[in-house]
Structure formats: C-alpha cells, structure tokens
Design a protein around this ligand. Structure first.
Ligand code: KIV
Length: 284
C-alpha cells in the first residue's frame, strides 16, 4: 500500500505579506524564509511617512541621514538624540502598517552599554518606535545584548558605517580587501548571535553581500550591497531626486522632484507677482 501524500505547506507570496496588517520583526524573518524581498526607505516626517506606509513599504527607517537631508549637515555626526526622537515621533504618528526602526545617533551609544540602553529606551518610550538601529560589529556587542535583553529589537549596520566617516576618511566601497571582508563576515555572525533581528549592509561588494545573506538566518538589508540581499533600503530624498548632489552608483532615482518642485514654485511666484493668484473663486 502506498503512503498518502503529505500536504506541503503553501509557499507564502509577496501578496500574502502585502496583506499583513502590522509588520513586525517576526514578519521580516518569515519574509526571508519565504524569499520575499523586504522594501525599506527612510522617512523623517509625518506627511511623507504617511505616503510610504500607504504605498505598502515594509520598514521605515528614521535614519540619522536626517542630519544630511533634513538639517543640511555634511555628515550624520551632529544630529542629537532629542532631534532623532522628534523625527521618529512624527513618523510613528503617521504609520499603521510598517515597522518603524530608528537610528541611535552618534554619541548616544558608543560610551558603554548602559548609555546605549538608556538611549534606546528614550527612543522607544518618547517616540513610540518599534526597533532601533546602531552601527558597528564586535565593538557594539555588549550594547546590542543589553538592549535586546531589555526587550528592544535591534537592527545592525555593517560595511560603510557613516558615523565612522572620519575613521574611514572616504565614502568608497568597504570590505574589498580580504581582511576587512573577513571581519565583516565575523561581525555579521556575531550580531546575529547576540540577537539582532536584521542587519544593514552598506556599500560592499555584491559577492560579499550575497555570501553574508546566505550565511545568516536573519535578513540582510542592502544599500549598495547587491541584489542578493534579503531587502533593500534607500534614502527617500535621494530616490525621489529632491537631493541632487548625491549620485552613487547604487542610487536609482525614481523621480526628479527637485525640478518638479522648483518649477511649481516658479509658477507660484509668477502668479503672485502678476496678480493672477488668488483668482475670484479662490477668495471669500
Ligand atoms: O541613516 C540612514 O539613512 C541609514 C541608511 C543609509 C541605511 O542608515
């Protein structure tokens, strides 16, 4: 007698995940297992976060890139914990479905693990965030362990870590040499072991991105780390073309909002100056 065929579990599709009402760290883990890519973008304010969430983005990162694109600083170093909390709280108020991850800014966690935990707790309590992100590998191991032990999900960040730009001295591709690539492989494993739920890989060779993605059980989110990563992230202002100076190879521009907005503002100025605005139907 032949055995009855065992029922195979149905493979979940991108559409199944699109219907998830609230994305959690667990959802991201399931997406990796189901080989469904994770879409992540940055946001720093209520209005744009609302659009991203409505469009079905899985993860919103309140990145410390706010220091560049919102505040006009050259690096991510100047932004403060209070400023990150302000941006994060605005984003959280807009979001219904996406997981909101918030960067721990430079100087808010490097001192010791207690400082790191206190900063993470402020972000969770005052902004209502769902998770935090911090940069680095073995040097942040104790901090990750302590934050995770307190019940706060942590996303790691390896490769080009912009908070260390003065150590690197340049924004070139990282881990092209074997020593640095090996260190990154070990750090990625370590971050997984100490409880990170995902790790961002920034500006590293695509082959290394693919290898780390294959080695880890937790999802990898790439930015200039190749197509094999479990997800991708871009800075919103870069992909919308609001920001025109930044043109790395990994950036795909979906709009040229700089020109669109500039043109609209020019038309408005002309209308006001020529007395064409407001028209009779735009007055009380
Ligand atoms: O701050 C940020 O926007 C980031 C992304 C580039 C990953 O960390």
């Amino acid at each position: 007698m032949s055995a009855a065929p065992t029922a195979q579990p149905m493979q979940r599709t991108a559409e199944d995940f699109r219907k998830v009402r609230k994305v959690t760290t667990h959802t991201l883990q399931e997406m990796k297992q189901a080989k469904i890519k994770i879409a992540m973008l940055t946001a720093y304010d209520y209005s744009l976060a609302r659009i991203l969430d409505d469009a079905g983005i899985d993860v919103i990162l309140v990145g410390d890139s706010a220091s560049n694109v919102m505040a006009g600083h050259e690096t991510t170093l100047p932004i403060t914990l209070d400023q990150m909390i302000y941006h994060a709280a605005s984003v959280v108020r807009a979001v219904r479905r996406a997981l909101v991850v918030v960067d721990l800014p430079f100087g808010s966690y490097q001192g010791n693990s207690k400082e790191a935990l206190n900063s993470a707790i402020r972000i969770m309590k005052e902004a209502g965030a769902h998770a935090v992100k911090l940069e680095g590998g073995r040097e942040v191991k104790d901090s990750v362990e302590r934050i995770v032990a307190a019940g706060v999900p942590v996303m790691g960040h390896l490769g080009l870590t912009p908070q260390s730009i003065y150590k690197f001295g340049t924004y070139v591709v990282r881990a092209t040499e074997e020593t640095e690539a090996n260190r990154l492989r070990e750090d990625a494993k370590l971050l997984e072991q100490v409880g990170c739920f995902a790790v961002v890989l920034e500006k590293i060779p695509a082959t290394l991105g693919a290898e780390v993605t294959q080695q880890l059980r937790i999802p990898t989110i790439g930015i200039g780390a190749g197509a094999a990563c479990d997800g991708q992230v871009l800075v919103l202002h870069d992909m919308l073309g609001i920001n025109q100076e930044f043109k790395p190879r990994f950036l795909r521009r979906y709009l040229n909002l700089y020109d669109t907005i500039r043109e609209a503002v020019c038309r408005y100025c002309d209308d006001v100056k020529q007395g064409n605005f407001p028209a009779p139907h735009e007055q009380y």
